[in-house]
Design a protein around this ligand. Structure first.
Ligand code: PAF
Length: 279
């Protein structure tokens, strides 16, 4: 496995792979790799011949007072995970390499980024789309892989790629969960033992939603009320949103019909936890 810190090194390796007819897959990450990331890497290895993982804690997607400084950066462990998974190339640039010049150019996807997480994290998606566009331009992948756990991020990136005619496919892989249902996330590390236990109620609320919808309940208000009842039992938790939204426009819907996304964000201790299920 090659580890590259410069854009030139990535371009050289990817160019050679492409010359050999290889299909290039990219898994963009901020490191602190866990089984959720590994599932993306495995999918990329299944579908591509040359797999690149980027590890970069992107400063431009963190707001003031957010966890940029304390975001975990276990680079050695991450490299080992990548090597064991069969990754071909890890791109692990410094902020100076990624943002060599002061950026005057930003990619902002309208509307979709102003809802859900966009309300409490203004500027977050602008940082995500800009860094992803940069990574896509550096690696030139045929396919890039994202997790369903960050559903809004995946929808925003798909829209950016479509709107800007980016020549790549975006694949979204299912959320990986702990045995008690909590979605695997690098930020789960911020939870105390007690908070970690409480956090399982997030998935419990999503399961409740699924059950109600299966039983024929279509009224979004009724479903949200039942979910809130469960989420309010999370000791020390602060509900940011519980929303039933159209899975393309992310606009709130009153009734569950067609494809909707039920999404939740909760602050718990030092962590902000998000989760969702497509219904
Ligand atoms: O999902 C993440 O880890 C990040 O938002 C991403 C897509 C790697 C961009 O920095």
């Amino acid at each position: 496995m090659e580890v590259a810190g410069t854009i030139e090194a990535v371009r050289t390796s990817v160019k050679a792979a492409r010359r050999n007819g290889k299909r290039i897959g990219l898994v963009p990450t901020m490191g602190a790799l866990h089984v959720g990331h590994v599932s993306l890497i495995e999918r990329a290895i299944e579908q591509c011949d040359f797999v690149v993982v980027s590890i970069f804690v992107n400063p431009t997607q963190f707001g003031p007072g957010e966890d940029f400084a304390k975001y975990p950066r276990p680079v050695e462990a991450d490299l080992e995970i990548c090597a064991n998974a069969g990754v071909d190339l890890v791109f692990n640039p410094s902020p100076e390499v990624m943002y060599a010049t002061e950026s005057l150019t930003w990619i902002r996807v309208e509307r979709l980024t102003e809802l859900l997480c966009g309300v409490s994290r203004p500027g977050h998606f602008r940082g995500v789309t800009t860094v992803c566009a940069k990574l896509f331009n550096i690696v030139l992948p045929d396919v890039a892989y994202f997790g369903q756990k960050d559903a809004q991020q995946a929808i925003v990136i798909k829209r950016m790629a479509a709107d800007l005619n980016m020549p790549l496919e975006i694949v979204v892989c299912p959320t990986v969960r702990e045995p008690d249902g909590l979605a695997v996330s690098s930020r789960n590390k911020y939870l105390s033992e007690q908070q970690r236990k409480e956090a399982a109620k997030i998935y419990k609320s999503l399961r409740k939603c699924k059950e109600m919808s299966k039983a024929g309940v279509t009224d979004a208000k009724e479903i949200i009320a039942a979910m809130r009842e469960i989420l309010e039992q999370i000791a020390g938790g602060e509900i940011e949103y519980v929303s039933v939204v159209d899975s393309e426009t992310l606009e709130k819907v009153d009734e569950i019909k067609g494809k909707v996304l039920v999404a939740v964000a909760i602050k718990l201790g030092l962590a902000r936890l998000i989760d969702n299920i497509p219904v």
